[in-house]
Design a protein around this ligand. Sequence first.
Ligand code: BTN
Length: 226
Amino acid sequence: MRIYKFDEIDSTNKFLREKEDVIEGDLAIAKVQTLGRGRRGNKWVSTEGAALFSFVLKHDIEIPEEEYMKLSILIGYSLLYSLKKIENLDYKFKWTNDLYLDEKKISGILVEKIRDNYIIGIGLNINNLNLEEAKSIAISLREKTGKTYDLEKVIATVVEDFYNNFQEFKKGKWKEILEKINKVNYLYGKRINIVTFDKEESGIAGDILEDGMLEVFIGDEIKKYN
Ligand code: BTN
């Protein structure tokens, strides 16, 4: 494992993505990101105090396309597991891989597949105090508990837990993992809108299913979405 630490960088995901010689376990950590990236091309506000990091999972393990959703869910689940060890609070897992606390987002995960690697990027609101505009939608651990945390220790815990949980996943423990995830399923019972390329539907979210898809009750129909 090699660790790259930056006081400031555009994006830790971008750093590992563009690095030619990455190996499994390579970890990039930044205090601040100037171009933090979120999913669907969104910006990720990356101020000091948040845990901002990315690490490499080698793709030679061969994760079939249909398992990809599971990987994404596993990362969120593992992060929740790590957070619980740090502060045992009532976190929720928002399918497919966000974590919520008190109805607000505490972390975001961006997984990118590049060559033979997955770059797993995590933004975790730990010591940062959220700016006014983000206050209604985001929360940090410090805002919740009033404490400050050792960011490097938090990151080490998260990364180590992930590799351990990934081993369990590879050993075929997906069903047990899924059972635990469904106990903290943020969307369960909530009304959600599903926008596909040709229509928008509204339904009530149910469980996360074995293939990683979300069950949604629309009228008297049960559908599943990825
Ligand atoms: C999301 O919820 O949209 C995902 C946000 C992921 C943000 C993290 S911060 C560290 C890593 N580097 C990035 O540029 N993005 C991820």
